[in-house]
Ligand binder design. Sequence first.
Ligand code: FRU
Length: 476
Amino acid sequence: MKSDNELKTKAYQAVKNSQDKVRQDPYRLHYHIMPSVGLLNDPNGFVYYQGKYHLFYQWNPFGTNHSSKFWGHFSSKNLVDWHEEPIALAPSSWFDKNGCYSGSAIVHEDQLYLFYTGNVRDENGDRETYQCLAISSDGVNFDKKGPVVQLPNGYTAHFRDPKVWKHEEKWYMIIGAQTEQVTGTVVLYESIDLISWRFLGPITERQDFGYMWECPDLFSLNDKDVLLFSPQGIEPEGYHYQNIYQSGYFVGKLDYQEVSYQHGRFEEIDRGFDFYAPQTTVDNKGRRLMFGWMGVPEENEQDHPTISHHWIHALTMPRQLELKDGKLFQHPVEELVNLRKEAVIYSDVVIKGEKIQMPRVNGNAVELFLEVKENASRQFSVSFGNNTQVLFDQENKLVTLKRKSMKSNQLEKRQCHLNDFKNVRIFLDASSIEIFINGGEEVFTTRIFDDVKNDSIYFHSTGKMIIDINKWELKQ
Ligand code: FRU
């Protein structure tokens, strides 16, 4: 096994070797968090500590597959300008030698505590899992303390992604798990000192919802407890569950005494092709903020054109969560207005069953905000370049996102129900698009790999519409 220093040095060398190749990629993102080289997946350890946001991520510096996992680290004072910090965790110890897997962060007595899963393969290639702790006093250097939770009876080694929070006087941890009956669940632990943890048991009785729940996160909003997680093994059902793996949530109430969580139905949090493993934190302003991974495990991972430029995947924009009538709304954080450069604004644009383009409404690092003033049109669409389109179908109360498939070059789509189309905010960034409909009521997050030279934007209605069009070039 390589020492911590040797591994980190090797990772920095990999960055040096490939960073020019990454920089030359036209699909490189301009204002999203992406890996300097290699593969990025889940956001980890999102926390506000000593006046800064810290955001870690699953990182393989050595290639665009999932063979090795470090915790990369960014920090930011404003959620807009991110600074790359030294590697936080390298898979250098007996308890994490095959990957420092996902986890979370909390602040206690001015120290930063990281809880993560140590992934280990034994001599026969079988999986072992350890929930580990690492502590920092400066937010940059982390001291590994080793495992604090062992695999309990009744669960397979698919037991990972600890999320820790404080409730009243105690600390709690939930972990994504698979039972020996091969059903997905989450289990709850409690602690008074963050070191010794007591197993309380699974919090939901549900036995019929997939074979593994990854990356659970539990938090309170408006006096409700939201359980956000990424289940695996759910079959497609109408417009739902179209990706190989999903991310979504229950809204309910956790009874800490009874260790039981009463909740409603599962809601997908994002309707696009590329969203997984979101993680939240609460910041110094009391906001519940979330980042997601703009990717899905195994979904088209071989087909991303960025692989030839030695990198793959990115994180979403930071979003603020709001719970309204039992549904999570997602808002791009307000700080993102600081990304805006010059504005192009057209008020009361009349479109009458035609396809139009507006002067200077184009680009591939832009924010677009459209507000509907009057709508007598059955359909309205916004198209980006040749192949990406979001279509609002008033007649069928449907939203459709189309993109060019990475595999076949055919168009493919994701859809969801929408009662009434009022407005849409869109963030476009070279090879990604995030679409927030009706103030974040529905969100589509998707990577798009199209001709970056064609940066045109078209609006098309079948009947009469009046809309306001606002467009901002964003800082690169
Ligand atoms: C989710 C996930 C987690 C795991 C991590 C490994 O994408 O599979 O369950 O901790 O990625 O990188």
